[in-house]
Design a protein around this ligand. Structure first.
Ligand SMILES: [Cu+2]
Length: 152
Protein backbone atom coordinates (compact mmCIF):
# COMPACT_ATOMS: atom_id res chain seq x y z
CA UNK A 1 0.00 0.00 0.00
CA UNK A 2 2.64 2.46 1.06
CA UNK A 3 4.85 1.34 -1.78
CA UNK A 4 2.20 2.05 -4.40
CA UNK A 5 1.45 5.49 -3.03
CA UNK A 6 5.10 6.46 -3.40
CA UNK A 7 5.11 5.20 -7.00
CA UNK A 8 2.07 7.35 -7.76
CA UNK A 9 3.76 10.50 -6.47
CA UNK A 10 6.80 9.76 -8.61
CA UNK A 11 4.63 9.34 -11.69
CA UNK A 12 3.04 12.76 -11.25
CA UNK A 13 6.47 14.32 -10.98
CA UNK A 14 7.61 12.74 -14.22
CA UNK A 15 4.46 13.84 -16.05
CA UNK A 16 4.94 17.44 -14.97
CA UNK A 17 8.52 17.38 -16.16
CA UNK A 18 7.54 16.04 -19.58
CA UNK A 19 4.88 18.73 -19.91
CA UNK A 20 7.39 21.48 -19.26
CA UNK A 21 9.81 20.02 -21.80
CA UNK A 22 7.03 19.72 -24.38
CA UNK A 23 6.16 23.38 -24.20
CA UNK A 24 9.81 24.27 -24.64
CA UNK A 25 9.88 22.31 -27.90
CA UNK A 26 7.51 24.78 -29.54
CA UNK A 27 9.85 26.88 -31.63
CA UNK A 28 9.20 29.86 -33.81
CA UNK A 29 11.87 29.31 -36.44
CA UNK A 30 12.69 26.12 -38.28
CA UNK A 31 15.27 25.62 -40.99
CA UNK A 32 14.75 23.30 -43.94
CA UNK A 33 17.98 22.62 -45.83
CA UNK A 34 17.78 21.88 -49.53
CA UNK A 35 20.19 19.07 -50.34
CA UNK A 36 20.56 16.91 -53.45
CA UNK A 37 17.42 18.22 -55.09
CA UNK A 38 15.31 17.55 -51.99
CA UNK A 39 13.77 19.44 -49.10
CA UNK A 40 14.97 18.03 -45.76
CA UNK A 41 12.74 16.93 -44.21
CA UNK A 42 10.23 16.42 -46.96
CA UNK A 43 7.41 16.71 -44.46
CA UNK A 44 7.67 19.15 -41.55
CA UNK A 45 5.22 19.62 -38.69
CA UNK A 46 5.34 22.99 -36.94
CA UNK A 47 3.14 24.96 -34.53
CA UNK A 48 1.19 27.87 -35.96
CA UNK A 49 3.22 31.04 -36.09
CA UNK A 50 6.43 29.27 -37.08
CA UNK A 51 8.75 30.84 -39.62
CA UNK A 52 10.27 28.26 -41.94
CA UNK A 53 13.53 29.18 -43.62
CA UNK A 54 14.85 27.15 -46.52
CA UNK A 55 18.60 27.17 -47.13
CA UNK A 56 19.93 25.98 -50.46
CA UNK A 57 22.95 23.74 -50.05
CA UNK A 58 23.01 22.65 -53.68
CA UNK A 59 25.12 24.19 -56.39
CA UNK A 60 22.04 24.62 -58.53
CA UNK A 61 19.28 27.15 -57.89
CA UNK A 62 15.89 26.07 -56.55
CA UNK A 63 12.58 27.65 -55.71
CA UNK A 64 10.06 27.23 -52.93
CA UNK A 65 6.72 27.53 -54.67
CA UNK A 66 3.32 26.92 -53.09
CA UNK A 67 1.14 24.27 -54.68
CA UNK A 68 -1.64 26.85 -54.81
CA UNK A 69 0.76 29.53 -56.15
CA UNK A 70 0.09 31.68 -53.09
CA UNK A 71 3.80 32.32 -52.81
CA UNK A 72 6.93 31.74 -54.85
CA UNK A 73 10.50 32.34 -53.77
CA UNK A 74 11.89 32.62 -57.30
CA UNK A 75 15.20 30.91 -57.93
CA UNK A 76 17.72 31.21 -55.13
CA UNK A 77 21.20 29.77 -55.45
CA UNK A 78 23.70 28.11 -53.13
CA UNK A 79 23.53 29.45 -49.55
CA UNK A 80 20.55 31.53 -50.50
CA UNK A 81 17.53 31.45 -48.20
CA UNK A 82 13.81 31.94 -48.39
CA UNK A 83 11.46 32.33 -45.41
CA UNK A 84 7.74 31.90 -44.94
CA UNK A 85 5.69 32.34 -41.77
CA UNK A 86 2.76 29.97 -41.29
CA UNK A 87 0.14 31.45 -38.99
CA UNK A 88 -2.91 29.43 -39.97
CA UNK A 89 -3.15 25.71 -39.18
CA UNK A 90 -3.35 23.53 -42.26
CA UNK A 91 -1.34 21.48 -44.72
CA UNK A 92 0.79 23.44 -47.17
CA UNK A 93 2.32 21.69 -50.12
CA UNK A 94 5.15 23.30 -52.00
CA UNK A 95 7.62 22.33 -54.71
CA UNK A 96 10.58 23.52 -56.72
CA UNK A 97 9.56 24.95 -60.09
CA UNK A 98 12.46 23.56 -62.17
CA UNK A 99 12.67 20.18 -60.44
CA UNK A 100 9.25 19.27 -59.16
CA UNK A 101 5.54 19.72 -59.30
CA UNK A 102 2.83 19.69 -56.65
CA UNK A 103 3.23 16.45 -54.72
CA UNK A 104 5.98 14.90 -56.84
CA UNK A 105 9.62 15.29 -57.68
CA UNK A 106 11.28 18.01 -55.63
CA UNK A 107 8.35 18.76 -53.35
CA UNK A 108 7.60 19.09 -49.66
CA UNK A 109 4.84 19.67 -47.18
CA UNK A 110 4.51 21.96 -44.19
CA UNK A 111 1.88 20.82 -41.69
CA UNK A 112 0.88 23.66 -39.37
CA UNK A 113 -0.85 22.67 -36.14
CA UNK A 114 -2.98 24.89 -33.93
CA UNK A 115 -2.31 25.22 -30.19
CA UNK A 116 -4.86 22.53 -29.35
CA UNK A 117 -3.30 20.08 -31.77
CA UNK A 118 0.23 20.72 -30.51
CA UNK A 119 -0.63 19.98 -26.88
CA UNK A 120 0.29 16.38 -26.13
CA UNK A 121 -2.54 16.27 -23.53
CA UNK A 122 -1.53 13.14 -21.66
CA UNK A 123 -4.32 11.52 -19.67
CA UNK A 124 -2.23 11.76 -16.51
CA UNK A 125 -1.77 15.49 -16.94
CA UNK A 126 -5.47 16.10 -17.49
CA UNK A 127 -6.39 14.65 -14.11
CA UNK A 128 -5.06 16.83 -11.31
CA UNK A 129 -3.54 14.90 -8.44
CA UNK A 130 -6.17 14.81 -5.72
CA UNK A 131 -4.05 12.77 -3.33
CA UNK A 132 -1.67 15.28 -1.79
CA UNK A 133 0.58 12.70 -0.25
CA UNK A 134 3.61 14.20 1.48
CA UNK A 135 6.95 12.71 0.45
CA UNK A 136 7.39 10.58 3.50
CA UNK A 137 9.95 7.83 3.31
CA UNK A 138 8.72 6.00 6.39
CA UNK A 139 4.99 6.02 7.00
CA UNK A 140 3.94 5.77 10.64
CA UNK A 141 3.27 2.14 11.44
CA UNK A 142 0.01 3.10 13.15
CA UNK A 143 -1.52 3.70 9.66
CA UNK A 144 -0.78 0.26 8.42
CA UNK A 145 -3.15 -2.60 9.10
CA UNK A 146 -1.16 -5.62 10.09
CA UNK A 147 -1.92 -8.13 7.38
CA UNK A 148 1.09 -10.38 7.51
CA UNK A 149 0.28 -11.82 10.92
CA UNK A 150 -1.32 -15.25 10.60
CA UNK A 151 -4.38 -15.85 12.77
CA UNK A 152 -3.40 -17.51 16.00
CU1 LIG B 1 15.02 22.63 -57.48
Amino acid sequence: MRFWRLIGVGGVGVAMFVGAAGSAVAQEEVQVPIENYAFVPKELIVPAGTTVTWINHDVVAHTVTADDSSYNSDLFSRNGTFSMTYDVPGTYGYFCLPHGSPGSGMAGTIIVLGPDEMAPAPSEGAAPPTDEAPPVEEAPPADQPIEELPPM
